[in-house]
Design a binder for this molecule. Structure first.
Ligand code: HMG
Ligand code: MG
Length: 309
């Protein structure tokens, strides 16, 4: 831990960036050809990332953009030191992930009932029951499981989320065997003070090395929230290159914080990410061009403008 001169907090020396652009990003953008996704993930794999979420095994009717995840994961050029993971809401999804040779899977629940119903069509309690056989199968196959927890600050259907409810579901996910819980500010309404209060509560019960943060940038607060989380010793940050995406069942929610912006922030704080900014930006330009959008990352745009000078 490094003690910064300008504040009393403990920042980590290095962080892990968990790249969700090919899943959380692309699940909420226009559908792309399978080969474009494969090329995108192959580019991401050259940037220094160690964790790439490559797809999602959910209902193709509900999220058509992810319907080709099996073909995507079978076609990518895997690097030995990278974990390629996928979302698996139930046994059906887990079996698909197995045949896609996912190195890791993720179950995803919600801290609010409204989002749980809209997103995965069941209550929180039912979802936890559904995850049990997934956990058992994952253990049998020796596959690590990550746990996502949505709406940790606010829910688009139920309003503000009670922190004790977040803690309860987060603890359950960890007790079930998830190696880490990713706290999702699904609609991006979090601000540093709310985030500090939440993380403090969670850290009293779950070790920091089992907590990741997942900020959507709807209200432009993702970077300050990440700064806050880093100052409290959080060492895993979810991010989406070019700020892609959102959640189809969280109306109005925009993409995750852009990976490029997080890398730049960490560089400036002296925190090692292992990523090469130019290479991650390149992947962002490639996918933004394919989607015919501008990267939703100030750092990416600044880098591109600098290149053109
Ligand atoms: P269900 O709606 O309860 O119904 O599914 P079901 O189990 O009876 O299945 C309905 C249909 O889906 C059936 O097909 C099943 O075969 C099929 P039909 O007979 O109608 O043709 N099905 C599946 N197909 C493929 N893979 C599967 C699968 N399971 C069932 N695994 C389910 C429950 C969760 C599958 C469904 O509600 C669903 O797919 N929801 C979409 C959830 C989703 O992908 N949301 C976005 C990701 S979560 C997120 O973005 C938040 C996060 O980023 C964190 C944050 O920001 O907060 C992680
Ligand atoms: Mg998300």
């Amino acid at each position: 831990m490094i003690k910064r001169p300008d504040c009393s907090s403990d920042f980590p020396d290095r962080v892990t960036l968990f790249e969700v652009g090919a899943r959380d990003g692309l699940q909420n953008e226009s559908s792309l050809p399978t080969q474009t996704k494969v090329d995108f993930i192959n580019l991401l794999s050259l940037s220094g990332l160690k964790h790439i979420e490559a797809g999602s095994f959910v209902s193709a009717k509900r999220v058509p953009q992810m319907a080709d995840s099996l073909n995507v994961m079978r076609a990518i050029e895997r690097q030995d030191n990278i974990t390629y993971s996928a979302l698996t809401p139930n046994i059906q999804g887990f079996e698909m992930a197995l045949s896609a040779q996912a190195d890791e899977v993720a179950i995803f629940g919600s801290a609010s009932e409204g989002f749980s119903q809209h997103n995965i069509n069941c209550s929180i309690a039912e979802s936890l029951k559904r995850f049990e056989p997934v956990m058992a199968l994952a253990q049998l196959h020796n596959i690590p499981v990550r746990g996502y927890l949505s709406c940790v600050i606010d829910c688009p259907y139920d309003g503000s989320t009670d922190t004790t409810q977040v803690l309860e579901v987060a603890r359950t996910l960890i007790d079930m065997g998830c190696y880490e819980v990713s706290l999702g500010d699904t609609i991006g309404t979090g601000t540093p003070l709310k985030v500090a209060k939440l993380i403090e509560t969670i850290q009293n019960h779950i070790p920091s090395n089992q907590i990741a943060v997942h900020f959507h940038n709807t209200w432009g607060q993702a970077l300050p929230n990440i700064y806050q989380a880093l100052s409290m010793g959080i060492r895993t940050i979810d991010a989406s290159v070019a700020g892609l995406g959102g959640c189809p069942y969280a109306p109005g929610a925009s993409g995750n914080v852009a990976t490029e912006d997080v890398v730049y922030l960490c560089q400036q704080l002296g925190i090692e990410t292992g990523l090469e900014l130019e290479k991650i930006a390149l992947a962002g330009w490639m996918i933004s061009d394919a989607l015919n959008i501008s990267p939703r990352s100030n750092v990416s745009q600044a880098l591109r403008a600098k290149r053109l000078q």
